[in-house]
Design a protein around this ligand. Structure first.
Ligand SMILES: [Zn+2]
Length: 329
C-alpha cells in the first residue's frame, strides 16, 4: 500500500514525465494546418496544452485564470469559457498540470468546432501516424568519412550520435528510422529512397569534418538551394521544391540547437546542392557537427557527456520544429 501523498506524487510525476506519444493534426478554416504534440497522458488519454492550441488560431485571444481555473477564449464576437473540472477525470473540462490548462484529445476531437465557433477538423496521429524522423549517419563501410588523428573515423562518430538522438526522440514518442544501423556503405540515392519509403516528416543527415588545421573548428548546416530563377520546372527535379522554407527553418533550428550544446564556431546555414538532400521528400538538412581534429569540437562529439548534450539539443530542435510547424502531410 502506498501512502496517499506518495500516490498523488506518483500521479503528478507520471503526468509530467510520460513522453509524448500522441499527436493530432488540426485543420481549420483561416489557419495553417498544424500538429499538436501531447503534453501529458493518463492511461490511454492524451492531454494537450490548451493555450498552445488556441494560440494557433489567427485573431484568437486566450486567457487563463489560474485562481478560478478558467480558460477564456475570444475571437471576434465569440467568447467561450472552459472551466477546469473538479473531477480531473472529466474529459470535457480543462485539467491543470504544472499550473497550465490542458484539454483532452476527446475534447479536441468532439468539441473543437463548438468551442472555437469555427469549422475544425482534428485527426489523431497515433501508431503508424506518429511523426517520423529519419536520421542519416553519413558514410559507412569502406567509406570511413573524415579521419582525425586522435579520434575514431567520422562514420563511427556520426552513427553513435544518430543512435543517441534516436533514443531521445523515441522516448518523446516519435517514430525514428536510421538509414543505417551498422557499418555499411550506402549511396545518396539509397539513403534518400529509404527516407521517402518511410514517409519521413523530417530528415537530418549527420556528419563531422576532420580538417587537420588546428584552428579549423565549428559546425555548419547545409540545405538544398532554391530553384534558380528561370529554371524550367520540368527539368528541376528536386524533391525539395515547395519544401525550401521548411528545410531552412529546420536547418536554423538545428543550427541554434548545436550552438547551444557545442561551444564552437557557428558557420551558419549554407545552400549546397547535394544529390542526397535534393532527393528527400521532407524538410531536410545536413549537419557538419564539428571538426574531429579540434580538441574542443572533439570533446562535444566524442565524450559521452558532450554527445548526450548535443543529442538532447537535436531532439529539442526536432520537437520545436513540429510544434512550430504549419505541418502539412
Ligand atoms: Zn561526412
Amino acid at each position: 500500500m502506498v501512502p496517499k501523498r506518495f500516490r498523488v506524487l506518483f500521479l503528478l510525476v507520471a503526468l509530467a514525465s510520460v513522453p509524448a506519444s500522441a499527436a493530432v493534426r488540426v485543420t481549420a478554416e483561416g489557419a495553417a494546418p498544424f500538429v499538436l504534440l501531447e503534453t501529458a497522458r493518463e492511461g490511454s488519454t492524451a492531454w494537450y496544452d490548451a493555450e498552445e492550441w488556441l494560440s494557433r488560431f489567427p485573431g484568437a485571444v486566450a486567457s487563463w485564470d489560474p485562481d478560478r481555473g478558467r480558460l477564456t477564449y475570444h475571437r471576434g464576437p465569440r467568447t467561450s469559457i472552459l472551466d477546469a473540472g473538479k473531477d480531473q477525470a472529466d474529459l470535457y473540462r480543462a485539467r491543470v498540470v504544472d499550473g497550465r490548462p490542458l484539454v483532452s484529445e476527446a475534447f479536441l476531437l468532439e468539441r473543437s468546432s463548438d468551442f472555437l465557433g469555427l469549422k475544425v477538423a482534428v485527426e489523431p496521429l497515433h501508431g503508424t501516424g506518429a511523426l517520423r524522423v529519419v536520421l542519416d549517419p553519413g558514410h559507412g563501410g569502406a567509406d570511413i568519412g573524415s579521419r582525425a588523428a586522435a579520434a575514431p573515423p567520422e562514420k563511427e562518430v556520426v552513427l553513435r550520435l544518430a543512435q543517441d538522438v534516436a533514443a531521445k526522440l523515441r522516448r518523446r514518442g516519435f517514430e525514428v528510422h536510421l538509414t543505417r544501423e551498422d557499418d555499411r556503405a550506402l549511396s545518396a540515392t539509397e539513403r534518400a529512397a529509404a527516407a521517402n519509403r518511410w514517409e519521413a516528416d523530417l530528415f537530418l543527415s549527420l556528419h563531422a569534418s576532420g580538417e587537420a588545421r588546428p584552428l579549423a573548428r565549428g559546425f555548419e548546416v547545409f540545405v538544398s538551394p532554391p530553384e534558380p530563377p528561370g529554371t524550367d520546372p520540368r527539368l528541376w527535379a528536386s524533391a525539395q521544391v515547395g519544401r525550401e522554407a521548411d528545410s531552412r527553418r529546420w536547418a536554423e533550428g538545428v543550427r541554434a540547437a548545436v550552438g547551444q550544446a557545442v561551444p564552437s564556431f557557428d558557420r551558419g546555414v549554407r545552400h549546397v546542392p547535394t544529390p542526397l538532400l535534393e532527393a528527400v521528400a521532407a524538410p531536410a538538412c545536413l549537419l557538419e557537427a564539428g571538426n574531429l581534429s579540434s580538441p574542443e569540437d572533439a570533446e562535444a562529439l566524442l565524450k559521452p557527456k558532450g554527445r548526450a548534450a548535443l543529442a538532447e539539443a537535436l531532439a529539442d530542435a526536432a520537437e520545436t520544429f513540429f510544434r512550430e510547424s504549419a505541418h502539412t502531410p
